[in-house]
Design a binder for this molecule. Structure first.
Ligand code: TYM
Length: 379
């Protein structure tokens, strides 16, 4: 099988998720954990029950802490390198579900520094515009405004700089080179940056749980090496697979390949055109062939997207699966279902985004948690 590679900045090849989990040294999500979550949350999010979130670190300890009253907090983030695609929304949608069910604080880091440093072509001004735009999309997901703090790295830095230095002092260049593949040519801002992504895991003395796609895990490995030496807990994490690009199941839906993704700003016509033109099909080449031999949902991107995000109803998804597999449902018909769902989703998102304009100030400065955070200094 072709080799694959996963780093926080690039994913290539057909990812073998079990192999990746072993390489990264993370645990699987077992039935015991799923059952515990199901009991506490009175049901499971489809992204959990269908195995899209497939890997974890210390999730058991998070559930222990929750059940014995110690509690925990959530932390996730977004790098504002440009507009957002639906892949970027996936961890946020799941995070909202966790916040609703467990009623916990949530910190969302907007890494304007990271994207400025890592993307040669991005000006500081551009990053600022993308950050403002992304924050609206994030606010539209519907987090609890009094328990959620959305912060931009460049703005909040004055409240965390001494703590960040303590983190940075514990991380050597050779570690970051091994973990992230930094080279002599890497600018020194990029080399320092991982210290900031670690800091929010220390915002509370409680255990931190990070929902993210597995590409971000290298940061948590570093965090877990140094947390206890600094008097904090090792962070826990829950990792998803990648929502695949339209063109097939290799790599991830990525901002660097515009036609691989559906953007939150795509209008109805664009969604229709992209899915019809690009969505990789597991169907047969002719209708007769398809009726006879059926399609393969496992490699069909439209089916994968329905399963990850756009068809939460298990019974309906099962019917689509079976009818496609048997040849009753044609590729064009499957795409039509997806187009309708994606457009419905984006319509709702646009409405929520409009409403969220009023909430941004609360998430960033005026809500209960945000206010507390601006009054706090981390050393
Ligand atoms: P960024 O902006 O690249 O990605 C934001 C989040 O989206 C996930 N992601 C995906 N999930 C599913 N399918 C995809 N195709 C896909 N592409 C991206 C990422 O894993 C991430 O969770 N350095 C980070 C920002 C950050 C962060 C964090 C992320 C700072 N602190 C804590 C997660 C948790 C970044 O540039 O993410």
């Amino acid at each position: 099988m072709e080799e694959f590679s996963v780093t926080p900045w690039k994913v290539t090849g057909q990812v073998d998720y079990d192999k990746l989990r072993r390489q990264f040294g993370t645990g699987r999500i077992d039935d015991d954990m799923r059952n515990r979550i199901k009991t506490i949350c009175d049901g499971l999010h489809p992204m959990l029950s269908r195995g899209f979130f497939f890997s974890q670190r210390d999730l058991k300890l998070v559930l222990d802490d929750y059940e014995n009253g110690k509690g925990f907090f959530l932390y996730t983030g977004r790098g504002p390198s440009g507009p957002m695609h639906i892949g970027h929304l996936v961890p946020l949608i799941f995070t909202k579900w966790l916040q609703d069910k467990f009623d916990v604080n949530l910190y969302i880091e907007i890494t304007d520094d990271e994207k400025f440093l890592f993307k040669r072509e991005l000006s500081w001004e551009d990053v600022g515009k993308h950050a403002a735009d992304n924050i609206l999309d994030i606010a539209a997901v519907g987090f609890n405004p009094d328990r959620t703090f959305i912060f931009k790295d460049s703005e909040y830095v004055k409240n965390v700089y001494p703590l960040m230095l303590k983190v940075a002092k514990r991380i050597t260049f050779s570690t970051t080179r091994a973990v992230f593949g930094f080279e002599n040519e890497t600018n020194i801002g990029s080399i320092f940056y991982p210290a900031y992504q670690v800091v929010p895991t220390f915002f509370e003395q409680k255990r931190c749980l990070i929902p993210n796609a597995i590409d971000q895990d290298p940061f948590w490995r570093i965090q877990r090496d140094i947390a206890e030496k600094l008097g904090y807990k090792k962070t826990a994490a829950i990792h998803s697979k990648f929502i695949p690009p339209l063109q097939g199941t290799e790599g991830k839906m990525s901002a660097s390949a515009p036609d691989s993704a559906v953007w939150l700003t795509d209008d109805e016509k664009t969604v229709k055109r992209k899915i019809n033109k690009y969505a990789f099909s597991g169907g047969q080449t002719t209708v007769e062939e398809h009726r006879k031999r059926g399609g393969n949902p496992d490699i069909d991107v439209s089916y994968q997207w329905l399963s990850i995000l756009f068809e939460p109803d298990n019974k309906k998804l099962r019917r689509i699966h079976d009818e496609y597999h048997s040849g009753k449902l044609l590729s064009g018909e499957l795409k039509a279902i997806l187009i309708e769902r994606v457009n419905g989703f984006l319509k709702e998102h646009r409405k929520n985004r409009k409403k969220a304009e009023k909430l941004v100030d609360k998430f960033m400065y005026k809500g209960k948690l945000a206010k507390e955070m601006w009054e706090r200094a981390y050393e």
